[in-house]
Design a protein. Structure first.
Length: 460
């Protein structure tokens, strides 16, 4: 075994020996004082798709979904000031290029590394043992004729439930200028990707304060801008080499601005990219997150994109999906390419409302994945004759109801849904000419949904 991997592997062993997280109270750390720039556009109210009452199965629950007060409280803990403090710190390092200084105080990628690791150390200290800071993943870097060592920074919330798998939440912290090889060129990278780093740190701070069924791994990647060298090394050296049970990967890259290159503003939507085909694990994860946001964080809509990333572009989620691990990328809806990789990518283009809503939306989806009841298994669709079919699934003891979601023929996301109290549905609506697939998720007593089951294909 690579000795550089051993400390992290030892830490990850904790994930599977029954370490139980303790519930913790809010910390008393002082809030940052940087005041973000707000936008005036009010957040939207977005419902989630459901069938009209006359088309619902008789077993369907017709009352409104319950609200998880704990989740609302969780989302309200996202602090705009803290997000902007992190982005401001990233920008003030002048550049985070892989060839920038590693040992100069306050400048370069080394300073950025020290800042992020320092924030993880604070989160660990305030988590009452819930958050484990692993040793760095160190990997070789060579770019523009310069050799160095990159460092991926890893923090872990060990899960409480055996077999619940691992959720990776990640963002890259390096930056680059249009002079790709120049480690001294000014590359503030406020949006690309100070915004993703800010959300990563804020989500780690908030999620570390409560137990999670699934293990949650927070990773700040270096060297994304040089053909995602950091995440490629991480997937090969750790995830695959150690056969880690990574169920999902959420990557946040450029999520801070609602303003397009023409000055248009859209602070109601965020894009979500996932690798094809439409039945891939990554696409199924994207559908999960879109549905979860509709139910639990309806102030921002997730817009599914039918490809792995923008044409000719990439980010760290592709290192996972290329290896067969479900992975998605969140990115703002109005990307301004004129600000990418140059000195214009500064804090003044970050909108407070947009970044906060984006962080809350991603946090809601991540929480449903990691804290929700595990998905029901053994889905079977039985033909009862006369056009009627019965969908049955395995009971989850902690569930008080189940969400049945259907995907219309040719659709990217789930298009219809209903909720039932039973572990079966007898219905004439499972029609293959209307729907390609159906999936089921369990709902706990507070109304929090968990991840959907595998998709059962509806065929003749």
């Amino acid at each position: 075994m690579n000795t550089r991997r051993a400390p992290l592997i030892s830490t990850l062993i904790l994930l599977y020996i029954g370490l139980i997280l303790l519930a913790c109270t809010l910390s008393s750390e002082p809030a940052p004082t940087i005041v973000p720039r707000a936008t005036s556009t009010p957040p939207p109210t977005i419902g989630y798709a459901t069938l009209p009452p006359e088309l619902l199965p008789q077993q369907a629950v017709t009352s409104a979904p319950r609200t998880d007060v704990r989740l609302i409280t969780l989302l309200n803990q996202v602090e705009q000031d803290r997000l902007f403090l992190h982005i401001n710190a990233m920008q003030n390092f002048q550049t985070r290029h892989v060839n920038s200084p590693y040992d100069v105080p306050g400048i370069g990628i080394g300073a950025a590394y020290n800042y992020i690791r320092g924030q993880f150390e604070q989160i660990r200290a305030q988590s009452q043992g819930n958050f484990v800071l692993a040793n760095d993943h160190v990997f070789p870097v060579e770019w523009g004729g310069v050799r160095s060592e990159g460092r991926n920074i890893v923090g872990v919330i060990p899960g409480t439930e055996t077999g619940a798998g691992i959720l990776v939440i990640c963002a890259h912290y390096d930056s680059i200028s249009i002079a790709f090889d120049d480690g001294s060129a000014y590359a503030p990278g406020a949006n690309d990707n100070g915004s993703g780093v800010a959300a990563l740190l804020e989500m780690a701070r908030i999620m570390s304060r409560q137990p999670q069924r699934a293990t949650v791994m927070f990773v700040a990647f270096s060297a994304e801008e040089i053909q995602r060298a950091g995440s490629l090394a991480f997937v090969q050296d750790y995830v695959l080499a150690e056969n880690l049970d990574v169920n999902w990967t959420i990557n946040m890259d450029i999520i801070g601005s609602s303003t397009g290159p023409d000055g248009s503003i859209n602070d109601r939507e965020i894009r979500l990219f996932s690798a094809e085909p439409n039945e891939s694990g990554s696409r199924v994860l994207a559908r999960n997150l879109q549905f979860m946001a509709r139910r639990h964080a309806p102030d921002m809509a997730i817009i599914l994109q039918p490809q792995g990333d923008r044409e000719g572009r990439y980010s760290d989620h592709l290192s996972f999906s290329d290896a067969g691990i479900p992975a998605v990328r969140f990115i703002e809806i109005n990307e301004d390419n004129a600000r990418n990789h140059n000195d214009r990518d500064t804090l003044d283009d970050i909108q407070a409302l947009y970044l906060t809503r984006a962080t809350q939306t991603i946090l809601a989806g991540a929480t449903a994945l990691s804290r929700g009841i595990r998905p029901p298994g053994n889905l079977v669709l039985r033909d009862e004759g006369g056009g009627v079919r019965t969908l049955v699934w395995e009971s989850r003891p902690e569930a008080v109801s189940y969400i049945v979601a259907l995907r219309a023929v040719g659709a990217t996301g789930y298009t219809e849904s209903f909720e039932v109290a039973d572990t079966f549905v007898r219905w004439d609506g499972f029609v293959p000419s209307r729907f390609n697939a159906v999936a089921v998720a369990a709902v706990d007593e507070t109304g929090l949904m968990g991840p959907f089951s595998f998709e059962y294909q509806i065929v003749n």
